[in-house]
Design a binder for this molecule. Structure first.
Ligand code: MF3
Ligand code: CO
Ligand code: CO
Length: 269
């Protein structure tokens, strides 16, 4: 098999074959299993680089490849984004403290297929406002996924996410988006987490992409730190993110990155 399976739509979005869903399922499952396994290691006193080291080892033990190590100079198997870090947090010597919330984002390659998923964790005790942010972000992603079916549009997905988050008086980050994936990491289209119904490319069976909304308690603006990766909220407000990789089926969406242990949306305390 090569990168050219299936065909491209006029928007440049690849349409994969029915048989390709199995490859995505296997890659997505490994990424989700790694996120399941890391849950018990998220504790106050732990460093983000120690968490990343475990993930690096587990990807290798599985005989898979990290998609992020070596990607545009990035050197880690995960992104770990703590509190007001929106995304692309670099694992390092930062020590988690009680009440920190963090997103861990893992992308693996299995037999050439990419599985990309992220979810939220808490070190120690969760505050009420962080719990609400995490709940709303999770539910916004799932509302976006519910909008996936042939004939609807990418704008419909963004609209569902945006209207839900904003009705809770939270904001949706505009500066980062989801993406097509498959045998490549980032492909058309840009999957925006805001938008208007009926706009954007039309969804077709066989499209593979991520939906990965970032929601802030404060304003939506972000900035990237001097390390060229770490994106933070400009107003320092808390930010959360959840990500699934999905494929469009005749009936709706197949989620490739479901948690085998049922831990995608953790229940706290
Ligand atoms: N996994 C991220 C995404 O959802 C991309 C991370 S790229 C990295 O698209 F280089 F920062 F790891
Ligand atoms: Co992604
Ligand atoms: Co990701």
């Amino acid at each position: 098999m090569d990168d050219n399976s299936g065909r491209l739509t006029r928007d440049g979005i690849r349409i994969y074959e029915a048989a390709d869903f199995a490859g995505m399922h296997k890659a997505g499952k490994l990424a989700a299993e790694i996120l399941d396994r890391i849950a018990e290691h998220i504790q106050p006193g732990q460093t983000t680089q120690a968490i990343d080291k475990l993930i690096t080892d587990w990807v290798e033990e599985a005989g898979a490849t990290s998609a992020t190590i070596g990607y545009r100079g990035y050197q880690h198997a995960s992104c770990i984004s703590v509190n007001h870090v929106v995304c692309h947090g670099i694992p390092g010597d930062k020590v988690l403290k009680d009440g920190d919330i963090l997103n861990i984002d893992v992308t693996v390659i299995v037999d050439g297929w990419f599985g990309d998923t992220s979810r939220m964790y808490v070190a120690g005790k969760l505050s009420r406002k962080a719990e609400r942010l995490i709940q709303v972000t999770h539910d916004a992603l799932m509302k976006g996924i519910e909008a996936v079916r042939p004939g609807r549009t990418f704008g419909d997905i963004g609209f569902e996410i945006q209207t839900y988050a904003e009705a809770q008086r939270m904001s949706v980050v505009r500066d980062f988006c989801g993406h097509g994936l498959g045998r490549v990491f980032h492909a058309p289209p840009n999957v925006l987490h805001y938008g208007r119904p009926g706009t954007g490319p039309v969804l077709e069976e066989g499209m593979f992409f991520t939906i990965e909304p970032m929601v802030n308690l404060g304003r939506p603006e972000t900035k990237v730190l001097a390390d060229d990766w770490t994106a933070v909220t400009r107003d320092k407000s808390l930010s959360a993110q959840f990500e699934h990789s999905v494929g469009v089926t005749s009936a709706g969406a197949e989620i490739f990155t479901l948690s085998p242990a049922g831990l995608f949306h953790p229940t706290y305390g």
